[in-house]
Design a protein around this ligand. Structure first.
Ligand SMILES: C[S@@+](CC[C@H](N)C(=O)[O-])C[C@H]1O[C@@H](n2cnc3c(N)ncnc32)[C@H](O)[C@@H]1O
Length: 311
C-alpha cells in the first residue's frame, strides 16, 4: 500500500512540475502544439518542419528556388489539402481521396504549381487576369521546373477574366473546393463603398458545394505596423472572407495572433534582412520570414496567414 502511495505522489509531482513549467508562456502552449491548433494561423517557426513532405514535393518539381514566402504558400496549400482530406502525397505522388473527379477553383492562380499538381487528380479551373506569370516561364511552366512536374492538360481550364465576372456565370454548388494563393486580398476591399468584398465572398460561397473548403494562404499586415488596402490584419481578413457566409473551421485561435505577433516586435527589428533563398539551406524554417518581414510601404510589415473555411 505504501509503495502505491509513493507512485501516486511521484505522479502528482510530475503533473505539477509540468504545469508550473509551461503555465508561464501561454503563447508557446498555443502555438507549439499541433493538437491545439490545426491550420488557421500565421506562419510559424516550425511550419517547414511539419511540412517536410510538401516541401520535398515542391523541391522535387523544381519550384523551390522562388521566394521563400511563395514556397511556404505552396507547401501550406498542399498541407491544407492533405489535412482536410482531399489528397495525400505519397513518395512524391499525388493521390486523390475520391474515386470521382472533383471540380476545383484556383482563384488568381496564375502559373503557380498548385493548378498543375491538382490537375493530376481533379478538374481545375484557374481564373486570372493574365497568365504571363510573375516568374520566368516557358509554355506556362517555370523555367527551372524539373521533368518531375507531372500534370494532366485535359484537366486544366484557364479562364482569362476578372474573378467576379467569371464566378457570376458559375451555377450554384459547382466547386468542391477553392484555393487562394494570395490573390483575393488584391481584389477584396473590406469596407469599400461598393461592398465588393461581400459581393465576391457571397458569390464564392454560392458556387462552393456544401461541405466544401476554401483555403487562403496570403499576406497579412503585421500588427506592429500599419494595415493598408491589400495587407490587412488577420482578424479583419477572417471577417472579410466570412462575409459571404463561409465559416472558419475550428479550432482556431486567430484572436491570439495579434498578441503573438506583437511579441515578435524586437526580433523583427534585429533582423532587417529580407528573406531570400534560405530554403536551400540544410534545414529550412520560417525564421527568415518571421524575423524579417518585408516592409512594403509606409510602415506596413507583411506576414503570412493561413485561413481555412468551410461551407
Ligand atoms: C500575388 S499573385 C498570386 C498568383 C498565384 N496564386 C501564385 O500563388 O503564384 C496575385 C494574382 O491575382 C491576379 N488577380 C488580381 N486581380 C484579379 C482579378 N480581379 N481577377 C482575377 N485575378 C486577379 C493577378 O493577376 C495575379 O496573378
Amino acid at each position: 500500500m505504501k509503495g502505491y502511495i509513493k507512485y501516486v505522489l511521484v505522479g502528482f509531482g510530475l503533473v505539477l512540475l509540468t504545469y508550473l513549467l509551461f503555465k508561464g508562456d501561454q503563447s508557446i502552449q498555443i502555438f507549439n502544439s499541433e493538437g491545439n491548433e490545426i491550420m488557421n494561423r500565421i506562419a510559424r517557426l516550425d511550419d517547414f518542419t511539419l511540412m517536410e513532405k510538401q516541401l520535398n514535393y515542391i523541391k522535387n518539381i523544381g519550384y523551390h528556388d522562388l521566394n521563400l514566402d511563395a514556397v511556404y504558400k505552396y507547401c501550406r496549400i498542399l498541407y491544407c489539402l492533405e489535412k482536410t482530406g482531399y489528397l495525400t502525397i505519397n513518395k512524391n505522388e499525388i493521390i486523390s481521396s475520391s474515386n470521382n473527379k472533383r471540380k476545383v477553383l484556383d482563384i488568381g492562380g496564375g502559373l503557380s504549381p498548385i493548378h498543375f499538381i491538382i490537375s493530376n487528380i481533379d478538374e481545375i479551373h484557374n481564373v486570372d487576369l493574365s497568365f504571363s506569370g510573375w516568374f520566368p516561364v516557358k509554355d506556362n511552366i517555370y523555367i527551372n521546373a524539373t521533368n518531375k512536374l507531372k500534370y494532366n492538360k485535359d484537366n486544366i481550364n484557364y479562364h482569362i477574366s476578372d474573378l467576379l465576372a467569371y464566378i457570376k456565370k458559375i451555377p450554384d454548388n459547382y466547386f468542391d473546393y477553392m484555393v487562394d494563393g494570395c490573390s483575393l486580398i488584391h481584389m477584396i476591399r473590406p469596407g469599400d463603398k461598393e461592398n465588393n468584398c461581400q459581393i465576391i465572398m457571397e458569390e464564392l460561397t454560392r458556387i462552393l458545394k456544401p461541405g466544401g473548403h476554401f483555403f487562403a494562404v496570403c499576406d497579412i499586415a503585421n500588427p506592429i505596423g500599419k494595415a493598408c488596402h491589400d495587407m490587412i490584419y488577420p482578424n479583419d481578413l477572417v471577417k472579410a472572407f466570412g462575409s459571404g457566409g463561409l465559416k472558419i473551421i475550428k479550432p482556431t485561435n486567430y484572436n491570439d495572433w495579434d498578441n503573438y505577433l506583437k511579441n515578435q516586435n524586437n526580433s523583427v527589428k534585429k533582423h532587417p534582412k529580407h528573406f531570400g533563398k534560405e530554403i536551400d539551406k540544410d534545414y529550412p524554417d520560417l525564421k527568415s520570414i518571421m524575423y524579417a518581414p518585408g516592409e512594403v510601404r509606409n510602415g506596413v510589415y507583411v506576414w503570412i496567414g493561413t485561413f481555412v473555411f468551410i461551407k
